[in-house]
Design a binder for this molecule. Structure first.
Ligand code: HEM
Length: 418
C-alpha cells in the first residue's frame, strides 16, 4: 500500500534496495509526496520521482531543481536531510549550482579525464593483480574488504596524492560517516563526529602540504587553480571548498565503486550462465560493467530543492520543496529497459542513470568503470567459478546501497590463458 511507504525508515533499506515498492510507485504514483513520518528529518515530507523520464528531466533542469537550495529554506543540498548552507550545501562541488559549480568542476576535470586515467591504468592493473593473487592463493575471502574496497581505495589515494599507508584510516572514517549502523536519518553519533573530525584534520594537513609542494594530483589542481569570481576577475577556491572536495572525493571515490563491484560480483554468482557468457566472450566486459552498474545502482537517490513552483504529472511542486530523484528506480523503469529485472551482460542499449545525469554527472565515472573492468577482467582470468560462501551483510542506508561483508569462494582456472 502506497500509504504505508516510508522511504526514511532505514529498515526498509536494510536488505538492499526495495525494488518492489518502487515498482508500485512507478506504476501508481510516479510523482509522489512522501508524507512526514516518525523518521523524516525535520518532520518534513518530500517529493519522490521514480520514473526514468521524470528523473532525467529534473536532473537536466538544474535552474528549477537546485543542488544547493530553493525557496525560503536556509539549508539544502542533495540529501533528504537539510545540510547547512555555507558549510556543506553551496560549498561541496556536488551541492553547488552553476555557474560556480561549472567553474569548480572544470578545474578538477582534467585529473580524471580519460587521458589522465590512461596514465594510471598500468599501475592500477598491477595493483588489481596483487589484490586478486592474494585471495586466489586462499581460495576464499571477504569480497568486500579484501577485493571490492581495496582497488577503489588505492586508486583514490593515488588520485588525491594520499600516502597508500594511510588509506585504511581514511576508509574507516568515511565508512563511519556513511553507514547508519548506529543512528537514524538526520542523526549523528559520537562515532560519526569523531570520524568527521579526524577526516577533517587529515584533509587540512594534506591540503597545507599541497599548498607548499604542488604535485600532479587533483587536490593540487584544486588548491592552485583559480576560477572566475562573482565580483569580477578570478580567485582561488575557498579553503572550505578545498577541504570539502577532499571529503567528497574520499567518500564518493571509495564507497560507491566498492558497492558496485561487490553487488556486480553477487549478480554474477546469482546468474552463473552470465558469468559463463562473459568468460567465453571477454569482449562483452564493457557492456557487463554497465549492466552491473545498472543492477547495483549503488547511489539510490539524490535530492534537489525546487527554486520555483512547477507542475509535474498534474502535481504542483512548490518553491522550497524537497524533490528526490531515484536513480535506482529509474534503472528498473519498464518503459526504458526491456525486462528490467533480468540481469543481462549483453544488454544494449543501457541508458542507466547510476552516475546521475546532467551537470552533476559523476566526475569519477571513467575511473569507476576502469576499476570495475580491471577487477572483473582479473577475476575472469583467474577463476573458473565464483560463489558466495555465507550470507551477505547489507549496509543500512537509503543513500548507499551496499554491503559491509560478503564471504566469497573461488574455483581457480585449471589453465591460464597464454
Ligand atoms: C560506481 C561508482 C560511482 C557511482 C555509482 C557514483 C554515483 C554518482 C552520482 C549518482 C552522482 C550525481 C550526484 C547528483 O546528481 O547529485 C555523482 C557525482 C559525483 N561523483 Fe560519483 N559515483 C561513483 C564513483 C565516483 C568516483 C570513483 C569518484 C571520484 C573520483 C566520484 C566522484 C564524484 C563527484 C566529485 C561528483 C560530483 C560531480 C558534480 O557535482 O559535478 N564518483 N556520482
Amino acid at each position: 500500500m502506497i500509504d504505508d511507504i516510508d522511504l526514511t525508515d532505514l529498515d526498509v533499506f536494510a536488505r538492499g534496495f526495495p525494488h518492489e515498492l518502487f515498482t508500485t510507485l512507478r506504476r501508481e504514483a510516479p510523482v509522489w509526496f512522501q508524507p512526514p513520518s516518525a523518521h523524516t528529518p525535520g518532520g518534513e515530507g518530500f517529493w519522490v520521482l521514480s520514473r526514468h523520464a521524470d528523473v532525467t528531466a529534473a536532473a537536466l533542469d538544474a535552474a528549477t531543481f537546485s543542488s544547493h537550495r530553493g525557496g525560503a529554506r536556509d539549508g539544502g543540498g542533495t540529501l533528504i536531510e537539510d545540510l547547512p548552507s555555507g558549510f556543506a550545501a553551496g560549498v561541496l562541488l556536488n551541492m553547488m549550482d552553476d555557474p560556480r559549480h561549472r567553474h569548480f568542476r572544470k578545474l578538477v576535470t582534467p585529473s580524471v579525464s580519460p587521458r589522465a586515467l590512461a596514465t594510471m591504468e598500468a599501475e592500477l592493473r598491477e595493483r588489481t593483480a596483487t589484490i586478486l593473487d592474494a585471495v586466489a592463493e586462499r581460495g576464499s575471502c571477504d569480497l568486500v574488504t579484501d577485493v571490492a574496497a581495496e582497488l577503489p581505495l588505492q586508486a583514490i589515494a593515488r588520485l588525491l596524492g594520499v600516502p597508500q599507508v594511510d588509506r585504511h584510516r581514511l576508509f574507516g572514517w568515511a565508512n563511519a560517516t556513511l553507514d547508519y549502523d548506529d543512528r537514524e536519518l538526520g542523526q549523528t553519533s559520537a562515532k560519526v563526529q569523531a570520524a568527521q573530525a579526524e577526516l577533517f584534520q587529515y584533509g587540512a594537513a594534506l591540503l597545507a602540504e599541497k599548498r607548499r609542494c604542488p604535485a600532479d594530483d587533483i587536490l593540487s589542481a584544486a588548491v592552485h587553480g583559480r576560477i572566475p569570481s562573482d565580483r569580477g576577475g578570478d580567485e582561488p577556491l575557498s579553503e572550505l571548498e578545498q577541504q570539502m572536495l577532499f571529503n567528497l572525493l574520499i567518500a564518493a571515490g571509495s564507497e560507491t565503486t566498492r558497492n558496485s563491484i561487490a553487488l556486480g560480483f553477487a549478480a554474477l554468482v546469482e546468474h552463473p550462465e552470465q558469468w559463463r557468457t562473459l568468460r567465453d566472450d571477454r569482449a562483452l566486459l564493457p557492456r557487463a560493467v554497465e549492466e552491473m552498474l545498472r543492477w547495483a545502482s549503488s547511489t539510490p537517490y539524490n535530492r534537489r530543492t525546487a527554486t520555483r513552483d512547477v507542475e509535474l504529472r498534474g502535481q504542483t511542486i512548490r518553491a522550497g520543496d524537497k524533490v528526490t530523484l531515484w536513480w535506482a528506480s529509474a534503472n528498473r523503469d519498464e518503459d526504458v529497459f526491456a525486462d528490467p529485472f533480468r540481469f543481462d551482460v549483453r544488454r544494449d542499449p543501457n541508458p542507466h542513470l547510476t552516475f546521475g545525469y546532467g551537470n552533476h554527472f559523476c566526475l569519477g565515472a571513467n575511473l569507476a568503470r576502469l576499476e570495475m573492468r580491471l577487477v572483473f577482467e582479473g577475476l575472469l582470468e583467474r577463476f573458473d567459478a565464483i560463489a558466495l560462501d555465507g550470507p551477505i551483510e547489507w549496509t543500512r542506508s537509503n543513500k548507499h546501497t551496499g554491503v559491509r561483508h560478503m564471504p566469497a569462494a573461488f574455483v581457480r582456472r585449471t589453465e591460464r590463458p597464454s
